[in-house]
Design a protein around this ligand. Structure first.
Ligand code: TRP
Length: 340
């Protein structure tokens, strides 16, 4: 059975984009593969965040996974920092990377550009530079076969492959399996509601851009009603010319599990008002039952949530510790070999 690993960073509240782009995909994958999913709380530290917000994000994301239907008896869900080997291997990989290749990462360039202080000095946290080496550790620790991610993460995955190959060559040993990337072609394309040329993001400052999984009916209605379209009043999928309408079609198609062409036909004789009403309906139908389960898990069933996460971490720790010991022995940092 192929092993799959993926994670979501705890920098904000989960969005409809996270659900349709990642979690929905995990639901399908867990049927046929060994799935490890984690809350990337160490990655959540790479940009300034208040302790209380970080705590809530971690708890909420973990609860959303289960509320969405990820099954604790099939999939191993854990918190990244509960498996210490991530940090340890992350450091080893950092030492095998070059400053230049990390500086070339688009996400690093984007994030660091926003780091100008009020007095015009620039303070770029080192964590955002090292981000991809920790991410590589997350993956390589488990000899994962596949890593499903959004298209914005493919560059980090290419780097993961480069680091794995580099270390295998340097030490003339098959230290790591070189993973494959899976990008879900349809689901990745959930865009911002007000600026549909950029991705819907949990760390967007403009809350009108984003449907959060925790949004109530009224919030969903308001945000979709105000979503940007165009003045043509023709419902067609054309992301270049009609990014707003295409985004609404994508959301509708992803939630209802239909292909875009079928949806286009269904809406062909209708106006944007009708499209928006239908999109609001399917989003609310999706979110309502999930929100009830998520709330239960962070309130009366909190001990159940904690237990699931402990089980997940115990499973992950076994694999990760073994791999870390092996790597440490090969690269020579243990003068007496650790157990393999
Ligand atoms: N960087 C990913 C994101 O922002 C989260 C992540 C961290 C991840 N480590 C990972 C995804 C390892 C896949 C595999 O969404």
């Amino acid at each position: 059975m192929a092993r799959i690993i993926s994670g979501i960073t705890s920098t904000g509240k989960l969005t409809l984009g996270n659900y349709l782009g990642a979690i929905n995909n995990f639901l399908k994958l867990q049927e046929k593969h060994e799935l490890l999913i984690f809350v990337a709380n160490l990655h959540g530290l790479t940009l300034p965040i208040k302790a209380q917000a970080l705590k809530e994000n971690i708890r909420d994301i973990a609860a959303w996974y289960f509320a969405a239907g990820i099954m604790p008896n099939k999939t191993h869900i854990f918190i990244q920092s509960d498996v210490l080997a991530h940090t340890q291997l992350g450091y080893v990989l950092l030492c095998n990377s070059y400053v230049g290749e990390l500086e070339r990462m688009t996400q690093y360039k984007d994030k660091s550009q926003k780091m100008t202080n009020q007095n015009k000095t620039i303070s770029i946290p080192t964590g955002i530079l090292a981000y991809p080496t920790l991410m590589a550790a997350d993956i390589l620790l488990y000899d994962a076969d596949f890593v499903p991610v959004g298209i914005d993460q493919t560059q980090h995955l290419e780097l993961t492959k480069t680091l794995a190959t580099r270390m295998n060559n340097t030490y003339k040993t098959q230290l790591f399996k070189v993973p494959k990337i899976i990008v879900d072609q349809q689901a990745q394309k959930i865009m911002s509601l007000q600026d549909p040329t950029k991705k819907m993001s949990k760390s967007d400052d403009n809350l009108k851009n984003t449907i959060f999984l925790s949004d109530n009916k009224q919030e969903v209605t308001d945000k979709i009603t105000k979503a940007v379209t165009d003045s043509e009043n023709i419902i067609k999928f054309d992301p270049q010319r009609k990014p707003g309408v295409s985004n609404l079609l994508t959301i509708y198609a992803s939630i209802t599990n239909k292909n875009i062409k079928t949806c286009e036909q269904y809406f062909s004789n209708h106006n944007y008002g009708f499209l928006k009403k239908e999109v609001i309906k399917v989003i609310n139908n999706l979110l309502e039952p999930m929100q009830k389960k998520q709330q239960a898990l962070i309130n009366e069933k909190l001990s159940q949530l904690v237990e699931y996460l402990q089980q997940g971490a115990a499973f992950a720790n076994k694999i990760a510790t073994k791999k870390l010991n092996f790597v440490e022995n090969i690269i020579g940092i243990n003068f007496i070999e650790k157990e393999k």
